[in-house]
Design a protein around this ligand. Structure first.
Ligand SMILES: NC(=O)c1ccc[n+]([C@@H]2O[C@H](COP(=O)([O-])OP(=O)(O)OC[C@H]3O[C@@H](n4cnc5c(N)ncnc54)[C@H](OP(=O)(O)O)[C@@H]3O)[C@@H](O)[C@H]2O)c1
Length: 282
Protein backbone atom coordinates (compact mmCIF):
# COMPACT_ATOMS: atom_id res chain seq x y z
CA UNK A 1 0.00 0.00 0.00
CA UNK A 2 1.83 3.15 -1.17
CA UNK A 3 -0.24 5.70 0.72
CA UNK A 4 -2.37 5.45 3.86
CA UNK A 5 -5.81 4.00 3.15
CA UNK A 6 -8.88 4.49 5.33
CA UNK A 7 -11.84 2.16 5.86
CA UNK A 8 -14.94 2.54 7.98
CA UNK A 9 -16.52 -0.57 9.53
CA UNK A 10 -19.78 -0.46 11.48
CA UNK A 11 -20.21 -2.75 14.50
CA UNK A 12 -16.66 -3.61 15.58
CA UNK A 13 -17.50 -4.52 19.19
CA UNK A 14 -17.50 -8.27 18.44
CA UNK A 15 -17.60 -10.87 15.68
CA UNK A 16 -16.99 -10.17 12.02
CA UNK A 17 -16.55 -6.41 12.42
CA UNK A 18 -14.00 -6.79 15.20
CA UNK A 19 -11.98 -9.35 13.27
CA UNK A 20 -12.12 -7.32 10.06
CA UNK A 21 -10.77 -4.29 11.95
CA UNK A 22 -7.89 -6.39 13.28
CA UNK A 23 -7.15 -7.86 9.87
CA UNK A 24 -7.12 -4.52 8.04
CA UNK A 25 -5.10 -2.69 10.71
CA UNK A 26 -2.50 -5.49 10.51
CA UNK A 27 -2.27 -4.79 6.77
CA UNK A 28 -1.65 -1.10 7.15
CA UNK A 29 -5.14 0.37 6.92
CA UNK A 30 -6.44 3.06 9.22
CA UNK A 31 -9.80 1.77 10.44
CA UNK A 32 -12.69 3.86 11.67
CA UNK A 33 -14.75 1.37 13.68
CA UNK A 34 -18.11 2.05 15.21
CA UNK A 35 -19.48 0.69 18.48
CA UNK A 36 -22.79 1.35 20.21
CA UNK A 37 -21.74 1.33 23.88
CA UNK A 38 -19.12 3.51 25.62
CA UNK A 39 -17.75 0.48 27.48
CA UNK A 40 -17.03 -1.15 24.10
CA UNK A 41 -15.36 2.05 22.88
CA UNK A 42 -12.88 1.80 25.78
CA UNK A 43 -12.26 -1.92 25.26
CA UNK A 44 -11.88 -1.79 21.47
CA UNK A 45 -9.67 1.33 21.59
CA UNK A 46 -7.37 -0.58 23.96
CA UNK A 47 -7.45 -3.59 21.63
CA UNK A 48 -6.35 -1.44 18.67
CA UNK A 49 -3.93 1.18 20.00
CA UNK A 50 -2.69 2.23 16.55
CA UNK A 51 -4.30 3.10 13.23
CA UNK A 52 -7.76 2.96 14.72
CA UNK A 53 -10.35 5.64 15.42
CA UNK A 54 -13.27 4.51 17.51
CA UNK A 55 -16.63 6.03 16.62
CA UNK A 56 -19.57 5.76 18.95
CA UNK A 57 -22.97 5.54 17.37
CA UNK A 58 -26.12 3.53 17.26
CA UNK A 59 -26.62 2.96 13.54
CA UNK A 60 -30.30 3.87 13.89
CA UNK A 61 -29.48 7.30 15.34
CA UNK A 62 -28.89 9.77 12.50
CA UNK A 63 -27.71 12.52 14.87
CA UNK A 64 -24.97 10.25 16.27
CA UNK A 65 -23.95 9.07 12.80
CA UNK A 66 -23.65 12.69 11.63
CA UNK A 67 -21.45 13.59 14.61
CA UNK A 68 -19.16 10.71 13.65
CA UNK A 69 -19.11 11.94 10.06
CA UNK A 70 -17.58 15.19 11.34
CA UNK A 71 -14.90 13.27 13.27
CA UNK A 72 -14.06 11.11 10.25
CA UNK A 73 -13.91 14.09 7.88
CA UNK A 74 -11.56 15.91 10.22
CA UNK A 75 -9.28 12.90 10.67
CA UNK A 76 -9.15 12.28 6.93
CA UNK A 77 -8.14 15.93 6.36
CA UNK A 78 -8.87 15.83 2.65
CA UNK A 79 -8.29 12.10 2.08
CA UNK A 80 -11.05 9.77 0.95
CA UNK A 81 -12.42 6.57 2.42
CA UNK A 82 -11.34 3.52 0.43
CA UNK A 83 -14.19 1.55 1.83
CA UNK A 84 -17.32 1.46 3.93
CA UNK A 85 -18.19 -1.93 5.42
CA UNK A 86 -21.84 -2.08 6.48
CA UNK A 87 -21.48 -4.83 9.05
CA UNK A 88 -23.58 -3.86 12.11
CA UNK A 89 -26.68 -5.98 12.28
CA UNK A 90 -28.82 -8.19 14.43
CA UNK A 91 -30.94 -11.29 14.01
CA UNK A 92 -34.37 -11.60 15.57
CA UNK A 93 -36.20 -14.90 15.19
CA UNK A 94 -39.79 -16.03 15.47
CA UNK A 95 -42.85 -16.98 13.43
CA UNK A 96 -43.68 -14.18 11.03
CA UNK A 97 -47.36 -14.37 12.10
CA UNK A 98 -46.59 -13.78 15.76
CA UNK A 99 -43.52 -11.56 15.87
CA UNK A 100 -44.76 -8.28 17.30
CA UNK A 101 -44.59 -5.16 15.19
CA UNK A 102 -41.99 -3.52 17.38
CA UNK A 103 -39.54 -6.40 16.93
CA UNK A 104 -40.18 -6.61 13.21
CA UNK A 105 -39.60 -2.88 12.85
CA UNK A 106 -36.44 -3.06 14.98
CA UNK A 107 -35.07 -5.73 12.63
CA UNK A 108 -35.74 -3.51 9.62
CA UNK A 109 -34.44 -0.38 11.37
CA UNK A 110 -31.03 -1.90 12.11
CA UNK A 111 -30.47 -4.16 9.09
CA UNK A 112 -32.06 -1.98 6.42
CA UNK A 113 -32.99 1.63 7.21
CA UNK A 114 -29.80 2.24 9.17
CA UNK A 115 -27.65 0.77 6.38
CA UNK A 116 -29.12 3.25 3.91
CA UNK A 117 -28.75 6.04 6.41
CA UNK A 118 -25.12 5.32 7.35
CA UNK A 119 -24.23 4.87 3.68
CA UNK A 120 -25.86 8.16 2.68
CA UNK A 121 -24.10 10.08 5.46
CA UNK A 122 -20.63 8.77 4.52
CA UNK A 123 -21.10 8.80 0.72
CA UNK A 124 -19.40 12.18 0.23
CA UNK A 125 -16.19 10.62 1.55
CA UNK A 126 -16.39 7.71 -0.92
CA UNK A 127 -17.23 9.56 -4.11
CA UNK A 128 -14.70 9.62 -6.93
CA UNK A 129 -15.06 11.36 -10.24
CA UNK A 130 -15.02 9.23 -13.37
CA UNK A 131 -14.51 12.19 -15.73
CA UNK A 132 -11.43 13.35 -13.87
CA UNK A 133 -10.06 9.86 -13.25
CA UNK A 134 -10.48 10.02 -9.47
CA UNK A 135 -11.29 6.56 -8.07
CA UNK A 136 -14.24 6.09 -5.77
CA UNK A 137 -14.33 3.88 -2.69
CA UNK A 138 -16.07 0.54 -2.24
CA UNK A 139 -19.17 -0.22 -0.26
CA UNK A 140 -19.22 -3.73 1.17
CA UNK A 141 -22.50 -5.03 2.52
CA UNK A 142 -22.24 -7.79 5.10
CA UNK A 143 -25.47 -9.39 4.05
CA UNK A 144 -26.12 -13.09 4.62
CA UNK A 145 -27.01 -16.29 2.90
CA UNK A 146 -30.41 -15.30 4.32
CA UNK A 147 -30.32 -12.52 1.73
CA UNK A 148 -30.74 -15.11 -1.01
CA UNK A 149 -32.46 -17.97 0.82
CA UNK A 150 -35.42 -18.01 3.22
CA UNK A 151 -35.44 -20.09 6.40
CA UNK A 152 -38.67 -20.49 8.39
CA UNK A 153 -38.79 -18.72 11.76
CA UNK A 154 -36.02 -16.35 10.71
CA UNK A 155 -38.40 -14.43 8.48
CA UNK A 156 -37.74 -10.89 9.66
CA UNK A 157 -33.99 -11.41 9.36
CA UNK A 158 -34.33 -12.98 5.89
CA UNK A 159 -36.56 -10.17 4.69
CA UNK A 160 -34.12 -7.54 5.99
CA UNK A 161 -31.17 -9.20 4.25
CA UNK A 162 -33.08 -9.71 0.98
CA UNK A 163 -33.84 -5.98 1.09
CA UNK A 164 -30.16 -5.30 1.77
CA UNK A 165 -29.31 -7.21 -1.41
CA UNK A 166 -31.64 -4.93 -3.39
CA UNK A 167 -30.17 -1.89 -1.71
CA UNK A 168 -26.66 -3.00 -2.73
CA UNK A 169 -27.66 -3.45 -6.35
CA UNK A 170 -29.56 -0.16 -6.50
CA UNK A 171 -26.64 1.77 -5.00
CA UNK A 172 -24.22 0.11 -7.42
CA UNK A 173 -26.28 1.11 -10.44
CA UNK A 174 -26.95 4.62 -9.19
CA UNK A 175 -23.41 5.42 -8.01
CA UNK A 176 -21.59 4.51 -11.22
CA UNK A 177 -20.78 8.13 -12.00
CA UNK A 178 -18.85 8.32 -8.74
CA UNK A 179 -16.90 5.15 -9.53
CA UNK A 180 -18.24 3.53 -6.35
CA UNK A 181 -18.52 -0.24 -6.50
CA UNK A 182 -20.92 -2.07 -4.19
CA UNK A 183 -20.27 -5.70 -3.31
CA UNK A 184 -22.27 -8.00 -1.11
CA UNK A 185 -20.89 -10.75 1.14
CA UNK A 186 -23.43 -13.47 1.92
CA UNK A 187 -22.04 -15.58 4.77
CA UNK A 188 -23.54 -18.78 6.06
CA UNK A 189 -22.85 -19.49 9.75
CA UNK A 190 -19.82 -17.63 11.13
CA UNK A 191 -18.37 -17.96 14.63
CA UNK A 192 -19.67 -14.86 16.39
CA UNK A 193 -22.00 -13.66 19.12
CA UNK A 194 -24.83 -12.89 16.72
CA UNK A 195 -27.03 -15.79 17.80
CA UNK A 196 -25.89 -15.80 21.46
CA UNK A 197 -27.17 -12.26 21.72
CA UNK A 198 -30.60 -13.75 21.02
CA UNK A 199 -30.25 -16.85 23.12
CA UNK A 200 -33.57 -18.63 23.53
CA UNK A 201 -34.90 -16.35 20.91
CA UNK A 202 -37.86 -18.65 20.33
CA UNK A 203 -38.76 -18.93 24.01
CA UNK A 204 -41.60 -16.44 23.89
CA UNK A 205 -43.31 -18.59 21.26
CA UNK A 206 -43.21 -21.90 23.20
CA UNK A 207 -46.80 -21.45 24.45
CA UNK A 208 -48.24 -20.69 21.04
CA UNK A 209 -49.56 -22.92 18.25
CA UNK A 210 -46.01 -22.85 16.84
CA UNK A 211 -44.57 -24.02 20.17
CA UNK A 212 -43.88 -27.58 19.06
CA UNK A 213 -41.95 -26.39 16.02
CA UNK A 214 -39.66 -24.06 17.98
CA UNK A 215 -37.57 -26.93 19.32
CA UNK A 216 -37.06 -28.20 15.77
CA UNK A 217 -36.25 -24.70 14.55
CA UNK A 218 -33.64 -24.39 17.32
CA UNK A 219 -32.15 -27.71 16.24
CA UNK A 220 -31.84 -26.55 12.62
CA UNK A 221 -30.05 -23.45 13.93
CA UNK A 222 -27.73 -25.44 16.20
CA UNK A 223 -26.82 -27.79 13.33
CA UNK A 224 -25.98 -24.80 11.18
CA UNK A 225 -23.83 -23.31 13.95
CA UNK A 226 -21.77 -26.50 14.07
CA UNK A 227 -20.64 -25.74 10.52
CA UNK A 228 -19.66 -22.16 11.41
CA UNK A 229 -16.52 -20.74 9.82
CA UNK A 230 -14.12 -18.39 11.63
CA UNK A 231 -14.72 -14.67 11.13
CA UNK A 232 -11.25 -14.38 9.58
CA UNK A 233 -12.63 -15.92 6.38
CA UNK A 234 -14.82 -12.85 5.95
CA UNK A 235 -11.98 -10.48 6.91
CA UNK A 236 -9.79 -11.94 4.15
CA UNK A 237 -12.59 -11.52 1.65
CA UNK A 238 -13.16 -7.90 2.69
CA UNK A 239 -9.45 -7.27 2.15
CA UNK A 240 -9.57 -8.92 -1.28
CA UNK A 241 -12.54 -6.78 -2.33
CA UNK A 242 -10.79 -3.62 -1.14
CA UNK A 243 -7.54 -4.37 -2.92
CA UNK A 244 -8.82 -5.58 -6.30
CA UNK A 245 -10.07 -3.12 -8.84
CA UNK A 246 -13.03 -5.36 -9.75
CA UNK A 247 -14.38 -8.51 -8.09
CA UNK A 248 -17.56 -10.52 -8.32
CA UNK A 249 -20.63 -8.63 -7.15
CA UNK A 250 -21.58 -11.08 -4.43
CA UNK A 251 -19.89 -13.86 -2.50
CA UNK A 252 -21.65 -16.74 -0.79
CA UNK A 253 -19.36 -17.93 2.01
CA UNK A 254 -20.09 -21.33 3.48
CA UNK A 255 -18.54 -24.70 4.24
CA UNK A 256 -19.25 -26.98 1.25
CA UNK A 257 -19.42 -23.96 -1.00
CA UNK A 258 -20.48 -25.56 -4.29
CA UNK A 259 -23.35 -27.70 -2.93
CA UNK A 260 -24.55 -24.64 -0.99
CA UNK A 261 -24.57 -22.43 -4.08
CA UNK A 262 -26.36 -25.08 -6.13
CA UNK A 263 -28.86 -25.62 -3.33
CA UNK A 264 -29.75 -21.99 -2.62
CA UNK A 265 -29.74 -20.85 -6.25
CA UNK A 266 -31.11 -23.78 -8.22
CA UNK A 267 -33.10 -26.11 -5.97
CA UNK A 268 -36.79 -25.77 -6.92
CA UNK A 269 -38.66 -23.97 -4.13
CA UNK A 270 -41.19 -26.80 -3.76
CA UNK A 271 -38.33 -29.21 -3.06
CA UNK A 272 -36.90 -26.84 -0.48
CA UNK A 273 -40.36 -26.62 1.14
CA UNK A 274 -40.40 -30.41 1.29
CA UNK A 275 -37.01 -30.51 3.04
CA UNK A 276 -38.15 -28.01 5.64
CA UNK A 277 -41.38 -29.97 6.08
CA UNK A 278 -39.37 -33.09 6.89
CA UNK A 279 -37.09 -31.22 9.28
CA UNK A 280 -39.99 -29.60 11.11
CA UNK A 281 -42.64 -32.33 11.17
CA UNK A 282 -41.16 -35.79 10.60
N1 LIG B 1 -22.61 -14.78 12.50
C1 LIG B 1 -23.21 -15.26 11.45
O1 LIG B 1 -23.45 -16.49 11.38
C2 LIG B 1 -23.59 -14.35 10.31
C3 LIG B 1 -24.00 -14.96 9.12
C4 LIG B 1 -24.40 -14.14 8.07
C5 LIG B 1 -24.36 -12.77 8.20
N2 LIG B 1 -23.96 -12.20 9.37
C6 LIG B 1 -23.98 -10.74 9.45
O2 LIG B 1 -22.73 -10.28 9.88
C7 LIG B 1 -22.90 -9.01 10.52
C8 LIG B 1 -22.07 -9.01 11.81
O3 LIG B 1 -22.62 -9.96 12.69
P1 LIG B 1 -21.72 -10.89 13.63
O4 LIG B 1 -22.02 -12.28 13.27
O5 LIG B 1 -20.35 -10.42 13.69
O6 LIG B 1 -22.50 -10.64 15.01
P2 LIG B 1 -22.13 -9.75 16.29
O7 LIG B 1 -20.87 -10.27 16.89
O8 LIG B 1 -23.36 -9.73 17.11
O9 LIG B 1 -21.82 -8.31 15.68
C9 LIG B 1 -22.84 -7.43 15.32
C10 LIG B 1 -22.33 -6.03 15.49
O10 LIG B 1 -23.37 -5.11 15.11
C11 LIG B 1 -23.52 -4.17 16.17
N3 LIG B 1 -24.87 -3.61 16.23
C12 LIG B 1 -26.05 -4.26 16.34
N4 LIG B 1 -27.05 -3.37 16.41
C13 LIG B 1 -26.50 -2.13 16.37
C14 LIG B 1 -26.99 -0.81 16.42
N5 LIG B 1 -28.30 -0.55 16.54
N6 LIG B 1 -26.12 0.22 16.34
C15 LIG B 1 -24.80 -0.02 16.23
N7 LIG B 1 -24.24 -1.23 16.18
C16 LIG B 1 -25.10 -2.29 16.26
C17 LIG B 1 -23.21 -4.96 17.43
O11 LIG B 1 -22.99 -4.10 18.51
P3 LIG B 1 -23.38 -4.57 20.04
O12 LIG B 1 -22.28 -5.51 20.44
O13 LIG B 1 -23.40 -3.31 20.81
O14 LIG B 1 -24.70 -5.26 19.96
C18 LIG B 1 -21.97 -5.71 16.94
O15 LIG B 1 -20.85 -4.88 16.98
C19 LIG B 1 -24.39 -8.82 10.73
O16 LIG B 1 -24.89 -7.91 9.79
C20 LIG B 1 -24.95 -10.21 10.49
O17 LIG B 1 -26.27 -10.17 10.01
C21 LIG B 1 -23.58 -12.98 10.43
Amino acid sequence: MSQQEYVLITGVSTGIGNDAARYLIDRGYHVFGSVKKSSDAVRVSAQFPKNFTCLEFDVTRTDQVRTSFEIVTETLSGNKLSGLVNNAGLALGGPIELMDDEKFRCQMEVNLFAVRNVTNVFLPLLKGDKENNISGGKIIMISSISGVFNTPFNGAYCISKHAMESLAEIYRRELMMYDIDVVSIQPGPIESKLWDKNIDKYEEYYDTEYGKLMGRANKIMKNAERRALPAAVISKLIHKILTRRRTRLSFIVNKNWLPTVLFVKYMPARWVDRIFYRQLFE
